[in-house]
Each structure stands twice: as structure tokens, then as C-alpha cells.
Design a binder for this molecule. Structure first.
Ligand SMILES: [Zn+2]
Length: 50
């Protein structure tokens, strides 16, 4: 887990915390943005094959 996703709501990249390595789907992780206090899921970097 090297790359942190940007918050989809406020585009914050620094104050992002990983909540769970697995989110609603196997390829997603669950994150929390401390900047806008939002939860979001992002595709895990190790599954991002682009
Ligand atoms: Zn945010």
C-alpha cells in the first residue's frame, strides 16, 4: 500500500487514513478523510493494473 488516494469530496491527499484494507469489494479499501470527515472507498493500488 504505497499510493494514497485523494479524497473524492475535497481532493485532500495528506490527511487520509486507511480504515480497512478491504472495503465493500475485494479490490477496494476503505478510507477516511480527516479534512472533510468523509468516508470513501478507493481501488487498492495493488489491484490497479492501469
Ligand atoms: Zn475530504
Amino acid at each position: 500500500m504505497t499510493e494514497r488516494p485523494a479524497c473524492p469530496y475535497c481532493r485532500e491527499r495528506e490527511r487520509i487514513r486507511l480504515l480497512s484494507a478491504v472495503g465493500g469489494q475485494l479490490i477496494t479499501a476503505q478510507w477516511h478523510c480527516d479534512a472533510c470527515n468523509s468516508y470513501f472507498e478507493a481501488v487498492r493500488s495493488d489491484f490497479d493494473t492501469e
